[in-house]
Design a protein around this ligand. Structure first.
Ligand code: ADP
Length: 402
């Protein structure tokens, strides 16, 4: 069975075509991205095992962009399948499913309506997700389409952890609460971690840190999310590439009253000009921040210190939440690749049970245990694979699985 996984943004479509095998195996046949949809200079970059095809294209809208994806998949130098009919199901990454979706769902008109109803909570993300779903359904009307939600894994979080201490009616009438994001990644690494520990997921307690451009950390008890750092929107919690993470909300009033900023300016400041970028003045990209710190930039050093300090605080908090932790998991571009960030974060956590092995931490790639032999808690590095997770959910639901 071939599953196309689609991640549709406001001006881009990322896609991967998977061949699903026995026992949940998911092999990538091809992947790519159409960028600058609806703008000048649209491009497609398409990669299959044997060839890469990069071309300037005309993509005034997502419908046209999808047709280009299908063309790249079925024709030309990097074709992966002979015809469109070889795609058996389509999985769509959806950002916000609010309280409606605790699981991935077969897309029908009712589900589309429910995703639309979540637009006020994710005005930047859900509209392009919907455009992608409609465009793909128009091109492939006869195959099942499945929505996989970033928020779904966190629907097991209970009210004491998801409610903000503001008037309760704001939750019941307007849905203001913590939802959490990156759920597909946290779910994926939780499953891999349980397998690495050789324990049933239902008996495994984990802290999973997804550190990419966006960052979040989740407390997982018995395979279920019980708390997570991203909130009603993906702004709360850890320091991120351009997002501030936790901040005293009164700073916002101050910015507006004293500095005369309006709401859009504050939104832009906290979402796009803060985090590593705002602190370092160098970049939102951790590799560049590390390079600048090594070259002597004081602000870059400070940005790294604040990033790791905030992460350490959350690890401490979630250790308290869980009581017993079997493993701390690092994933995402930073978590998977930076021994330095893992080292700084775990420094001083030995008494809590987190003891890194310096050599293992510095060594190579792939899923691995970087804790010292005597560490009471394992420290795992696990490359995330959200696309494969979406493909598996899609295959299961498309073939009638629960
Ligand atoms: P996204 O969240 O967009 O999927 P990634 O998970 O690829 O992003 O993470 C991107 C981040 O990972 C960037 O900040 C990048 O600098 C960082 N990163 C990648 N490799 C390394 C490395 N070797 N050391 C430090 N940071 C790295």
């Amino acid at each position: 069975m071939n599953v196309l996984v689609v991640n549709c943004g406001s001006s881009s479509i990322k896609y991967s075509l998977f061949a699903m095998g026995e026992g949940g195996s998911a092999d990538v046949l091809a992947s790519g991205i159409v960028e600058r949809i609806g703008e000048a200079g649209s491009r497609i970059r398409h990669e299959a095992a044997h060839a890469t095809d990069v071309r300037d294209v005309t993509a005034p809208d997502h419908q046209t962009a999808f047709a280009l994806v299908v063309e790249a998949l079925t024709r030309g130098p990097a074709a992966a399948i002979s015809e469109l009919a070889r795609i058996d199901a389509v999985g769509h990454r959806c950002v916000h499913g609010a309280e409606r979706f605790a699981e991935s769902a077969l897309v029908d008109e009712e589900v589309i309506g429910a995703i639309e109803a979540c637009v006020p909570l994710a005005p930047l993300h859900n509209p392009p997700n919907l455009i992608g779903i409609r465009a793909a359904m128009a091109l492939m009307p006869d195959v099942p389409h499945v929505g996989v939600f970033d928020t779904a894994f966190h629907q097991t979080i209970r009210p004491h952890a998801f409610l903000y201490a503001i008037p309760y009616d704001l939750y019941t009438e307007h849905g203001i609460r913590r939802y959490g994001f990156h759920g597909t990644s946290h779910r994926y690494v939780s499953q891999v971690a349980a397998a690495m520990l050789d324990r049933p997921p239902a008996e495994t307690n984990l802290i999973t840190a997804h550190l990419g451009n966006g960052c979040s950390i989740t407390a997982v008890r018995g395979g279920a999310s019980v708390d997570t750092s991203l909130g009603m929107t993906p702004l709360e919690g850890l320091v991120m590439g351009t997002r501030s993470g936790d901040i005293d909300p009164a700073v916002i009033f101050h910015l507006m009253r004293t500095l005369g900023m309006n709401v859009d300016q504050v939104d832009d400041l906290l979402n796009r000009r803060s985090g590593l970028l705002g602190l370092s003045g160098v970049s939102n990209d951790m590799r560049e921040v590390i390079r600048a710190a090594e070259a002597g930039s004081r602000r870059a050093r400070l940005a790294i210190e604040i990033f790791c300090y905030r992460l350490k605080k959350y690890i401490g908090a979630y250790t308290a939440v869980l009581g017993r932790v079997d493993a701390l998991v690092f994933t995402g571009g930073i978590g998977e690749n930076s021994a330095d960030i893992r080292g700084r974060t775990c420094a001083g956590l030995q008494r809590l049970g987190y003891v890194l092995d310096a050599d293992r931490n510095a060594a190579a790639h792939g899923s691995r245990d970087v804790a010292a032999a005597e560490s009471p808690i394992r420290i795992l590095v696990i490359p995330t694979d959200e696309e494969a997770m979406i493909a598996r959910d899609t295959a299961r639901i498309a073939t009638g699985g629960a």
